[in-house]
Write a protein that binds this ligand. Structure first.
Ligand SMILES: C[S@@+](CC[C@H](N)C(=O)[O-])C[C@H]1O[C@@H](n2cnc3c(N)ncnc32)[C@H](O)[C@@H]1O
Length: 214
């Protein structure tokens, strides 16, 4: 990781720590919509060993499938603290760790699936983060994301480009990311996208290639 990536990562950590106390309140209304996507997302997750990247305040915890071994990481300690509180309150079993998605502290092929919701908009080097997901998920395993991405609709595209600086400065998220392309760039195969809201919020599903290419 370059010095500039490191300082960007520190900045993102500080920004999420800063918004942690109001993060759930900020998204309170949107959560009516998000909760449907979260439930659907976790219904699709395959395998026993699952990694959630960028768990934040733990909004996905209520949707975790039962009987799986789930590890969840985040870079911002104050977001994680809230996730820990939620796990205790709701009696959800999950290993919560402070870690950087760009440099995961796990061996190769440790998981059956990696899951994230609204995370690769904030990771400073998203392709590096996705390469790490590719490394720690076994061949044939699953990547499943819900992400907001840069719209292809001309007016919206321009607005998202012009105003990208705003959310970046407030809490650290970009609104001009091309996450479907980034998933392909990282080396995943069978990349599929499904629109959830216009062409801005998408479910992205992909597989870690197997040696046979299957
Ligand atoms: C927009 S929030 C989404 C939180 C949660 N996934 C949700 O759906 O509510 C993005 C989260 O990604 C985390 N994040 C950003 N960069 C990260 C990185 N490099 N490694 C791990 N987590 C990161 C932030 O700290 C924040 O908690």
């Amino acid at each position: 990781m370059t010095e500039s990536d490191r300082s960007q990562t520190d900045l993102v950590r500080r920004r999420y720590d800063r918004v942690a106390p109001i993060y759930d309140a900020m998204e309170w209304v949107a959560e009516f919509r998000f909760s449907t996507w979260r439930r659907d997302q976790w219904d699709r997750v395959e395998g026993d060993e699952i990694l959630e990247l960028g768990v934040g305040t733990g909004k996905n915890l209520p949707y975790y499938p039962e009987g799986r071994d789930i590890t969840a990481i985040d870079i911002a300690p104050k977001m994680l603290k809230r996730a820990r509180r939620r796990a205790e309150k709701e009696g959800v079993e999950v290993a919560l760790l402070e870690a950087d998605a760009q440099d995961l502290p796990f061996d190769d092929n440790s998981f059956d699936a990696a899951v994230a919701t609204f995370v690769f908009c904030s990771v400073p080097d998203p392709v590096q983060g996705l390469k790490e997901a590719l490394r720690v998920v076994r061949p044939g395993g699953q990547l499943i994301l819900v992400e907001h991405v840069l719209s292809g609709l001309p007016v919206l595209h321009s607005l998202m480009k012009w105003f990208d600086w705003l959310p970046v400065h407030v809490w650290g998220a970009h609104i001009d990311r091309q996450t479907v392309k980034n998933v392909e760039r990282a080396g995943f195969s069978e990349v599929r996208e499904s629109p959830l809201a216009l062409d801005v919020v998408k479910r992205i599903e992909a597989r870690v290639p197997t040696e046979s290419g299957a």
